[in-house]
Design a protein around this ligand. Sequence first.
Ligand code: HEM
Ligand code: HEM
Length: 174
Amino acid sequence: MINDSIDRYGSVTRFFHWLVAVLVIQQFFKFGDIINDGKHWLGETFGPYHTSVGAIIMILAILRLLWSMKQKNQRPIIEGANSKLVKTVHGIMYFCLIAMPPLGALYIHGHGYPVKIFGQVLIEKPAEKIQWAQNVGELHSILAILLAILVIGHIAVALYHHFIRKDDTLRRMA
Ligand code: HEM
Ligand code: HEM
């Protein structure tokens, strides 16, 4: 089924969810840059694709958000005392996925480098470093930490539902 239904997320929602999940977890390898000043295989392997993959994630997140709005009245209902918290966390995750790419671009631009996506220059190298862009761009790292914490919590809750509560929460997204 392409569309969501009350018992299960449809194929489009599941495709968006798992593709974005894999790409986001791959983006987290950028934390590997912190190890040994970037001279670590994690940072060296995934680092070069970080900007381009980040741009794809942003586009997928926007499309996914539009799709989930269309499915609003026919998707599984998130129930329970924590439903507001769960929806807020999902909302913050979407916000991170959409806000982090422009912030990353500001960080790079502010430090005096061109912003390239798939080898194409998207924003030219500035004549000199731009302090405000550097400062705003720092938010990228803060959101990266926030998103990592939320994703860890999100995975833990999904596993808790599946193995301890033994309900349908993970199955309807699988
Ligand atoms: C939603 C997509 C993205 C995610 C989840 C993500 C995640 C991360 C993570 C986990 C880090 C390591 C944290 C740190 O070094 O402080 C990082 C660093 C970085 N990201 Fe992203 N990123 C995304 C998109 C982008 C995009 C599109 C760009 C550029 C246009 C970008 C540019 C950077 C830069 C320059 C750093 C290094 C910052 C520093 O050294 O302080 N990121 N990102
Ligand atoms: C790594 C990045 C991930 C992000 C950004 C993410 C984000 C989201 C978001 C925003 C939703 C709300 C539904 C929607 O709009 O599609 C959701 C639902 C869900 N996610 Fe994730 N997710 C990630 C990884 C995972 C992983 C690894 C698992 C499993 C272990 C998982 C399990 C679920 C489940 C079971 C739901 C349905 C919750 C419900 O209907 O109550 N997610 N996820």
